[in-house]
Design a protein around this ligand. Sequence first.
Ligand code: THG
Length: 280
Amino acid sequence: MITILKGKTAEVNIDSGGPVVIIGECINPTRRKKLVVSLQEHDFTYLLELAEAQIRSGADILDVNVGFPGVDDVSLLPEVVLALRDQFDIPLCIDSPNPKAIEAALKVAGGKCLINSVNGEERSLNALLPVAKEYGAAIIGLCMDDDGITHDPHKRFAIAEKILERAMMAGIKQEDVIIDPLAMAVSADPSACLVTLATIKLIHDKLGLNITQGASNISFGLPNREVLNSAFMVLAILNGLTCPIANPEKITSIVRAADLILGRDDYAVRFVEHFQSESN
Ligand code: THG
């Protein structure tokens, strides 16, 4: 299954049998005070620096989230999208809990964006599927619904199936549905990672869809988070994760290694290139 996303002219293929595609997470005010302050002042210099640094480190797509307390995201999200569009030809992943902000951003974005995110709740499906169809966007579907988050992989899978079915009924192609199985903190629940890995495998094997997931959720509250995130990342890739949302500065090396090991990097071209460009 191939999901095609577009920037202004550039295309990125997320291929469920191909190399991993990295969605850069850093345009997100969580724990980035400097981004909040600069966005409040409508100064996009730091935002553009974050974009540039992530692209240099291996991001194929940029997640764009401007959520902070008091923000008017219906006006700010499209402004930020335009500033990024002006400077970079990279597909965007529009990340907001507010469907109105997502729609406002898609209106100005052009290309083919990814909506982050839809979930199995009726309210979410009804608000966002028509918007995705109208603007030709792909969607990320989170495996949660009106009953919350389940710890049964088969139930998470059933939610993924429901999102896919409803998306197709709304006229969205199946390759434009990417599933996020949800990853919870392993410090709070010893089986949290196993549930996610089992869900990934079910979705990969039975639906063949592309799969995304935040890289750092599992390690909340623990030391050496990067080691844990990396170990989980390679296991998730083996099970069918194809487009993680992560910090490219921290994740690209392990992703290139996993692709090489899994036979998705002929003659180690991308692996070698990555470490050559890192040492420059
Ligand atoms: N699924 C989907 N979308 C998501 C998430 C997900 N969007 C938001 C989030 N999770 C992914 N994005 C971020 C953005 C920033 C940070 C973490 C996740 C962050 N983290 C710490 C920091 O920088 O201090 C540490 C991260 C790091 O090691 O760099 O800022 O799960 N669909």
